[in-house]
Design a protein around this ligand. Structure first.
Ligand SMILES: Cc1cc2nc3c(=O)[nH]c(=O)nc-3n(C[C@H](O)[C@H](O)[C@H](O)COP(=O)(O)OP(=O)(O)OC[C@H]3O[C@@H](n4cnc5c(N)ncnc54)[C@H](O)[C@@H]3O)c2cc1C
Ligand code: HEM
Length: 417
């Protein structure tokens, strides 16, 4: 527990962090990597270049400062961070390294404004947050290691099949080299792949499991990232997977993690609405495959937005499911032109909007899961909430550090969702 004085100091620094949050976290990462290069391989460098990691950390610190006297409301944020940390094998011994660099960065950025009282209060508060995260991470590590088929750290998996799903998306089927059973992951969760990088370093990426649990393999489906412009380097791991990883290759895999999943044992009968843009279909496909099997009577609506038919993955799989399951309604929305070869009436041009959702969902009281780029998710999020969908029925995942879905009011700390 923090003292009243510490709580008061932390709350009083929230506006300062709001103003300097990203400068502070940018400085922090530079400092961390120059003073403690041994932790650099845990991070994806591109998330520093694009600033998304600085923003995610700044938002987390801000939310923490603003809610220091009511930490329960950060429960969702803690679970997301803990699952991400476990997926990347962050351990208790790393916390003092981060804490030391964070406190030094506060001093260096705020200068004289960082009084001894402020630094001591933040040291105490960091310690509390670190304990909360370390405690939850310990539970997840234990669950992952002790469940049937579970394991600790990274373990070698062999690629047994490589299957093209679209012009830019390829699936990889992975089995443990030790032929052990696979754990029952929750549909929507992701695994972590670790691959070699230059200078004898390694780098890690998360990939959602795109098949249902209880198969003889893990399947990931990877979009080849060609980069936003001709001058930007191509994505490292996705291109490595597409171009160099073949059947028979061994990949290092860490156990499934993540708090974005469908609980198929839940007995309520609200309709289930799955909304995806592009590669965001992967966790939702796992949910769809699991839900049609575990709850065949439940009404399910799937809407997949894609640039074009050529880039769209899994249409044949979803169409086949819809043919078999009369409770499943499917619609495809294309940003380009509607494919000419199709004569189906479940295709349209544009982006997913509330009008389309309303036309397919019998009532707004449904469970909504969505995944895709930030602009897509921010739009869906606001439309659903403005329609009156309860926030606890709205679930989403970013394929990278969490970004804000809020339209920030000026001078307001970006709170975690
Ligand atoms: C929970 C989770 C689940 C995920 N599930 C999936 C999934 O199912 N399928 C999937 O395909 N992906 C998924 N991802 C994304 C995946 O983890 C990788 O981020 C993705 O494959 C890109 O990695 P990369 O190494 O190819 O690209 P990186 O090397 O990390 O580069 C990322 C992007 O930045 C661009 N870039 C590179 N250098 C620069 C620069 N200097 N300036 C600006 N831009 C630059 C690259 O071209 C690329 O577009 C998931 C991510 C998360 C967090
Ligand atoms: C109290 C301490 C900490 C807090 C509040 C914190 C917060 C966060 C947040 C908010 C994210 C982004 C999650 C997301 O949106 O995906 C994150 C990711 C991450 N954290 Fe931490 N963290 C802490 C400690 C640590 C430590 C000790 C390490 C070890 C080096 C670490 C390494 C990472 C890494 C590698 C990522 C993923 C970065 C990426 O995507 O490249 N964190 N953390």
């Amino acid at each position: 527990m923090l003292s009243k004085e510490t709580i008061a100091i932390i709350k009083s620094t929230a506006p300062i962090l709001d103003e300097h949050g990203e400068t502070l976290t940018r400085h922090f990462y530079q400092r961390l990597f120059s003073h403690n290069p041994e932790v650099a391989p845990f991070f994806n460098k591109i998330n520093q270049v694009t600033g998304s990691q600085q923003k995610a950390l700044a938002a987390a610190i801000c939310a923490y400062a603003a809610n220091i006297d009511n930490l329960e409301i950060l429960g969702g944020a803690v679970e997301l961070i803990a699952q991400k940390h476990v997926s990347l094998q962050i351990k208790p011994e790393h916390y003092p390294i981060v804490g030391e660099n964070l406190l030094a960065s506060i001093k260096e950025v705020l200068g004289e404004g960082a009084t001894e009282n402020i630094i001591n209060a933040w040291a105490e508060a960091y310690g509390l947050l670190a304990d909360i995260l370390i405690g939850r991470e310990k539970q997840i590590y234990t669950e992952n290691a002790t469940m049937i088929g579970g394991w600790e750290g990274f373990k070698p998996f062999k690629v047994i099949k490589k299957e093209k799903e679209s012009e830019i998306i390829t699936s990889f089927y992975l089995v443990p080299e030790d032929k052990a059973e696979l754990p029952l992951f929750k549909p929507g969760q992701y695994i972590t792949i670790r691959v070699p990088e230059q200078n004898n370093q390694t780098t890690m990426r998360n990939y959602s499991l795109s098949d249902k649990p209880n198969q003889d393999w893990f399947r990931i489906s990877v979009k080849r990232e060609i980069g936003p412009s001709a001058h930007t380097p191509e994505g490292y791991v996705s291109n490595l997977l597409h171009q160099e990883i073949e059947v028979g290759t061994i990949l290092e895999v860490a156990p499934p993690c993540g708090e974005f999943f469908l609980e198929v044992t839940e007995k309520h009968q609200r309709p289930l609405v799955l909304l995806a843009a592009g590669i965001g279909i992967t966790p939702l496909l796992s949910m769809l495959l699991s839900a049609t099997e575990a709850m065949p009577e439940r009404e399910i609506i799937v809407i997949h937005e894609c640039l074009s038919l050529r880039l769209q993955a899994f249409k044949p799989t979803i169409d086949a499911l819809a043919k078999k399951n009369t409770n499943l309604k499917v619609h495809y929305r294309y940003s380009d032109v509607i494919p000419k070869t199709e004569n189906s009436n479940n295709l349209s041009a544009g982006v997913i909007d509330l009008k389309l959702i309303k036309s397919m969902v019998p009532e707004r009281n449904a469970d909504y899961y969505f995944c895709g780029p930030q602009a897509f998710m921010a739009n869906i999020y606001h439309e659903l909430l403005s329609w009156g969908v309860p926030p606890n029925q709205v679930h989403f995942e970013f394929f990278g550090p969490k970004q804000t879905l809020e339209k920030p009011k000026s001078g307001q700390c970006p709170m975690g969702n």
